[in-house]
Ligand binder design. Structure first.
Ligand SMILES: *Cc1c(COP(=O)(O)O)cnc(C)c1O
Length: 460
């Protein structure tokens, strides 16, 4: 009998009220629907954010487009907007449909954030946004800039010299550090990235090449963040980008929603009562999936259903939401290791900001083993010639899980969606992989091919 208590209750007591915890603690893949999920009208009564906040972020990114187009030539085709394409993945869908009793009907699309310019991952949304906002505030405060000016002035030596007096710091498992490091260095900031032990070597090297100071930790992500936060507190010229608590990061991510709507409009894809949209978002600390969910709910209302995806060993958001303990609980409390090759998702303690303020918008959450991630990554490369990093493959098991798990099926029924599933859009958010060096990608691919498991997803 385990006598350790978590928030006053023993593990056995927790398992009694939340039976799924037993499977989670055993490292099994699970699919959970969130009983606290509320219709948007009810949920937004307690969320102090509105579309105005997202529109403000969108306008800021627009102001920066002349600078971005100038400094990052790959964005010129999109006039300095950093946005990713949508792709249909019919071959992958056919492979997924060999799994499970209930096939994924409707349309399966991939949101290719692995192709985002500048940093090749979803962090090019939130991380870059907060760097730009920091730069704009400093420049406006010092009278160097008006909001109506041509922001290509940020590419001048004068501005770079100005920003060299300031520093930006962040704690990261890798990709957030990359996006902030690359954009921060492009503006002339000193950048310090506090990296957890699981961050890939090539990410650290790449950052050092940009002139970024990389501080390495033997510990996990949450400790790296805490160390960075502490250092920044004693330095008034240093802005700390707080992945666990930043509203600006959330709003940067949230701008994805309006752009997705434009892409859907362009394709004639409808989202309404008869055409539900299901979105599958890989989750680390929760900022990226949380911010995108916020944006999507503001744009598509109750017709969008957002599910978060986590490794079985790092199911921090799932445990935080399920127990209602949010950032008061970490995966180690429930015996999980937080050891996963999905470095973007290797987070043991979830963002309290996301769980507490946005929890009512989240439809549910599911987990997968690293083995499943590698198999999905391998199959994606074979079937669609798309190269993803392990974290980015986490969305791919969502549709099968939703349609085949007991909790997923109950969710569909409760939402009154059984009749509409043939008209559904399933959008898998592919969150990264664009900067992974070829030999590292080859090793990932190989690992997915060596797997002894029979199915693509181990659970079904
Ligand atoms: C960071 C990251 C995520 C998750 O974002 P969080 O804000 O940490 O939840 C997902 N996929 C990849 C590739 C990432 O780098």
């Amino acid at each position: 009998m385990n006598t350790e208590r978590i928030a006053g209750k023993t593990i056995e007591q927790w398992q009694k009220t939340l039976p799924l915890l037993k499977e989670i603690m055993a490292g099994q893949e699970v699919f959970w629907s969130n009983p606290e999920c509320r219709p948007v009208n009810a949920a937004f009564k307690s969320i102090a954010l509105s579309y105005k906040d997202v529109a403000d972020a969108q306008a800021r990114l627009k102001r920066f487009t002349p600078f971005i187009a100038k400094v990052f030539p790959r964005t010129r085709g999109d006039n300095g907007i950093i946005e990713s394409p949508l792709r249909s993945i019919p071959n992958m869908k056919a492979k997924l449909n060999l799994q499970g009793k209930f096939p994924v009907c409707g349309t399966l699309l991939l949101k290719c954030d692995n192709l985002l310019a500048v940093s090749g991952s979803i962090k090019a949304r939130g991380g870059i946004y907060e760097v730009l906002k920091t730069a704009e505030s400093l420049a406006v405060d010092k009278g160097l800039l008006g909001f109506g000016d041509d922001y290509s002035i940020f590419a001048t030596d004068k501005f770079k010299r100005f920003f060299s007096n300031y520093a930006i710091a962040v704690g990261s498992t890798g990709n957030l550090g990359l996006s902030i490091g690359i954009m921060g260095a492009a503006l002339g900031f000193k950048v310090v990235v506090h990296m957890s032990a699981d961050a890939a070597l090539w990410k650290k090297e790449r950052l050092r090449q940009c002139g970024v100071t990389v501080v390495e930790y033997e510990t996990d992500y949450n400790r790296a963040v805490a160390a960075g936060r502490k250092q920044a507190q004693s330095d008034p010229t240093m802005h700390f980008i707080d992945d666990e608590n930043s509203l600006d990061l959330l709003l940067g991510y949230a701008t994805a929603a309006g752009r997705l709507k434009e892409q859907f409009d362009g394709l004639g894809r409808v989202v309404d009562e008869k055409h539900p949209l299901f979105v599958y978002l890989p989750c680390g600390v929760g900022g990226a999936p949380g911010g995108i969910t916020l944006g999507l709910k503001l744009v598509f209302g109750d017709h969008v259903h957002c599910f978060f995806a986590e490794p079985t060993a790092s199911a921090c958001m799932l445990i935080g939401l399920m127990t209602g303990l949010h950032d008061k609980v970490c995966v180690h409390d429930f015996g999980l290791s937080n050891l996963t090759d999905a470095d973007g998702l290797a987070v043991g303690r979830p963002s309290g900001l996301v769980g507490k303020t946005l929890g009512m918008l989240i439809s549910g959450s599911y987990t997968m083993t690293d083995e499943t991630l590698y198999r999905l990554l391998h199959t994606m490369a074979d079937q669609e010639s798309i190269s993803l990093e392990p974290s980015a493959a986490a969305g791919l098991s969502g549709p099968t899980g939703l349609l085949n798990s007991p909790e997923g099926r109950v969710y569909i029924r409760r939402q009154g969606l059984i009749e509409n599933m043939a008209e559904a859009t399933h959008l898998v958010w592919a969150t990264g992989g664009g900067m992974v060096p070829e030999p590292v990608m080859q090793a990932y691919y190989k690992k997915g091919g060596c797997s002894t498991g029979s199915g693509l997803i181990s659970k079904f």
